[in-house]
Structures are given as C-alpha cells and as structure tokens.
Design a protein around this ligand. Structure first.
Ligand SMILES: [Zn+2]
Length: 117
C-alpha cells in the first residue's frame, strides 16, 4: 500500500506525544460567542504559547504553517488535537459576547500576521 510522505510510525508517535501535551497543558480552547453560538477553536503552539492557531473542525483547516505547507500530504496535529480534546472532553471553553467579536477577530488576525508571516 502506498503511504503519503510523512506518515511513518515514528512521526505518528511524535505527533501523538505532542497532541497529549497540548491536551494535558490545556492548550485547546473553544471560544463560543453568544447569542450567535459562533464557535472558534484555538490551539496554542506546542513550542511557543503566544502563537495561537485557529482550527476549523468542519473544513479541517488550521492556520499553522505546517498545515499551509503540507496539507496535501497530511493534516497537522492541531486538528488532531482538537478532535482528541473533543472526544476526551478535555478543553477549555470561553464565552464571549457577540459584541466582542470584531475585537476578537482583529486581535487574532493581528496575532496571525505577526507570528506566521
Ligand atoms: Zn496546525
């Protein structure tokens, strides 16, 4: 069977470890806006907690560089971390009012531009 590059057993083990760390260190957070119920998943970087990535569980999108550069080969471990956190019920939830949505997005986009580009 053909395997895409980067999905060797060793990589999977390393990724499983990173995912466990993200969950144990409570770096997976769901932001829920009310009353609209818009939901955003945030995952703090494994290496640098000031880097925060957005994950969309429906479209399987992540804003990290790894996703950007290798999404044709594999998904990044932040997406797997959100799925794992969901199934283990191990994530933080932050409720924000809809009135704060603009501020939230502008500060997150600012963060994304400063840390990823
Ligand atoms: Zn990612």
């Amino acid at each position: 069977m053909l395997k895409p590059e980067g999905t060797t057993a060793v990589n999977n083990e390393v990724e499983a470890e990173k995912i466990n760390e993200l969950i144990n260190e409570k770096k997976v957070k769901k932001i829920v806006f009310a009353p609209s119920r818009v939901e955003i998943w945030e995952v703090k970087s494994h290496k640098n907690s000031s880097n925060i990535y957005w994950v969309d569980t429906e479209t399987k999108y992540c804003s990290c560089k790894g996703f950007y550069y290798s999404f044709t080969k594999k998904t990044c471990y932040h997406i797997s971390a959100v799925s794992a956190a969901l199934s283990q019920n191990a994530y933080k939830i932050e409720l924000l009012p809809d009135s704060g949505m603009n501020d939230y997005f502008s500060s997150q986009i600012h963060n994304l531009i400063n840390n990823n580009i």
